[in-house]
Design a binder for this molecule. Structure first.
Ligand code: CP
Ligand code: NVA
Length: 301
């Protein structure tokens, strides 16, 4: 791995001050614009998608363009990766053309290979293990609505998946309390929980959504079936973890509801909640653009 590159790989791998700096820059650029001259003129981001994406794809593309840069979007079928060229060789080649590489892939090993062999910064656009860019946007959104997240209570009800892992990392780095309620069979990453607790984070992991949500400032969930999920039918296990009006009523009256999207109304969340007055999902999705800009400016400066 080339040293001194500013990779954005996971929320547990960066200093809290760095994460806070990225969010501050994101908020500044959102409010005041990127300035002139545009900071990323002449820079190119390669985006490698091995899984579908709407928000991550468009927010990175538009974010680069609004900062003065450009993007190249790649998928396995239209590159030689689809014919077996390795990520390592692809990384070495792309590094000679572009200034940063964003990847969305199932396998965390592919992200690690990219980091090992690229000589430009690498950004994690989601793996089966984590989704750090999403949670940067989520923190930005929470703070716009509720003020500093430090000391706040965030409750997760649902699958202990990749998005949950990045929330766990964030709880330690941004110093908020995180209560997770997940089925016994779909518990969050024990490694992430141990890491966060070791950092002093206040994290509870259980199977009771009512207990998790009680008095929370923010209630979060995610799809029951993630992209490429081996178990396509987890509905019976996850049914009791649905975020509905009865569950939201246990949170603080002014609590916000968040979801990274895409959502499945009637499954992990009811229409009344996701389209109701406490839901901030459109601000959350919109803030992907601004959080992405903060990440890009940090990686490329
Ligand atoms: N939340 C999120 O990452 O959305 P996409 O899968 O559409 O990028
Ligand atoms: N957990 C979901 C998040 C999608 C943005 C998935 O991995 O499919």
């Amino acid at each position: 791995m080339t040293k001194d590159l500013k990779h954005f790989l996971d929320i547990d791998l960066l200093a809290p001050e760095t994460l806070r700096g990225i969010l501050t820059r994101a908020a500044t650029v959102k409010k005041d614009g990127a300035g002139t001259p545009l900071p990323l003129v002449g820079k190119t981001l390669a985006m490698l998608f091995e899984k579908p994406s709407t928000r991550t794809r468009v927010s990175f593309q538009v974010g680069m363009q609004q900062l003065g840069g450009s993007v190249v979007t790649l998928s396995p079928q239209d590159t030689q990766i689809g014919r077996g060229e390795s990520i390592a060789d692809t990384a070495r080649v792309l590094s000679r053309y572009v200034d940063a590489i964003m990847i969305r892939t199932s396998a965390p090993e592919k992200l690690r290979d990219l980091v090992e062999y690229a000589t430009v910064p690498v950004i994690n656009g989601l793996t089966d293990e984590s989704h750090p860019c999403q949670i940067m946007a989520d923190i930005l959104t929470f703070e716009e609505h509720k003020g500093s997240i430090k000391g706040a209570v965030v409750a997760w009800s649902g699958d202990g998946n990749n998005v949950a892992t990045s929330w766990i990392h964030a709880a330690a780095q941004f110093e908020f309390e995180l209560r997770l309620a997940c089925p016994d069979t779909l518990q969050p990453s024990a490694r992430a929980v141990a890491w966060a607790r070791d950092k002093g984070a206040k994290i509870s992991v259980g199977t009771d959504p009512l207990a998790a949500v009680n008095g929370a400032d923010c209630v979060v969930t995610d799809t029951w079936v993630s992209m490429g999920d081996a178990a396509a039918d987890k509905h019976n296990e996850l049914g009791p973890f649905q975020v509905n009006e009865a569950l939201m009523a246990k949170a603080k009256p002014d609590a916000v509801f968040m979801h990274c999207l895409p959502a499945h109304r009637g499954e992990e969340v009811t229409e009344a909640v996701i389209d109701g007055p406490q839901s901030v999902i459109w601000d959350e999705a919109g803030n992907r653009l601004h959080a992405q800009k903060g990440v890009l400016l940090w990686c490329l400066s």
